[in-house]
Design a protein around this ligand. Structure first.
Ligand code: APR
Length: 227
């Protein structure tokens, strides 16, 4: 059985990373149009760098949770039949042991040089304008997909959704496209695992409510017949 799992900020909430649209979410404290668009970066680069430097520092202080680990366990069992497509820019899937992870919105621990185009694994700050390790230019930006930019690798994602037997969405509000349309690109079975109802809950064949650290391990146990 080929499975595509889409994850959103909700899967990392219990690790201590804020979601975007919940009560204490990132977009409560920040205007996304001032910190997450290419126009904002051109107009106020210090503000944008500060926003991502703080998130990168926070990421270093958190750990994957039981939901991330359950997906890594599933991958260990079904191998290439599982693809995790994440909207998240954190690396908690990989730190939990998942390898088949596609970051459609980029990665917080990656810097992209807009002068030479090179990308670099990056754990430190960018606000102090460090030189690009490849070309030396002080032109590094966070390697994340901002509003108005095209998500990474959509052709491969669309193909995987077309071919999968089961599509599962975990911890996402279904408010941002193209991810919110994936349930319509999948042709067969669909399942939503989310704390609250999302904007697309009624489009799923089945929806389960609860925290990801409970729902995801239970679903993986069920799938692997160890429930
Ligand atoms: N377990 C399961 N689901 C949870 C949990 C939890 N512990 N906590 C919150 N959720 C659910 C919420 O109910 C909500 O539906 O996670 C969802 C989080 O929604 P958003 O904050 O909108 O995050 P997401 O859907 O990932 O945002 C999509 O929007 O801002 C952009 O690029 C950013 O990738 C992001 C995209």
């Amino acid at each position: 059985m080929k499975i595509v799992v889409l994850t959103g900020a909700g899967i990392s909430a219990e690790s201590g990373l804020a979601t975007f649209r919940d009560a204490d979410g990132l977009w409560e404290g920040h205007d996304p149009m001032r910190v997450a668009t290419p126009e904002a970066f051109a107009a106020e680069p210090d503000l944008v760098h500060r926003f991502y430097d703080q998130r990168r520092a926070r990421l270093a202080r958190v750990e994957p949770n039981a939901a991330h680990r359950a997906l890594a366990r599933l991958e260990a069992s079904v191998g290439d039949d599982l693809l995790v497509v994440t909207q998240n820019v954190d690396d908690l899937h990989e730190r939990a042991g998942s390898e088949r992870v596609h970051h459609m919105h980029g990665r917080l621990r990656s810097a992209w040089c807009v002068a030479c185009g090179e990308r670099h694994d990056w754990e430190e700050t960018l606000g102090d304008r460090p030189p690009c390790p490849a070309c030396g230019s002080a032109s590094l930006r966070p390697d994340v997909v901002w509003f108005g930019e095209i998500p990474y690798g959509m052709d491969a994602v669309e193909e995987a959704l077309w071919e999968c037997d089961l599509f599962v969405a975990i911890g996402t509000s279904g408010q941002v496209y193209p991810a919110a349309a994936f349930v319509h690109w999948a042709r067969h079975d669909t399942l939503e695992l989310n704390l609250d109802a999302s904007s697309t809950s009624s489009d799923f064949a089945q929806a389960r409510r609860g925290p990801a650290t409970e729902l995801v391990p239970a679903w993986v146990d069920e799938l692997l017949g160890s429930a």
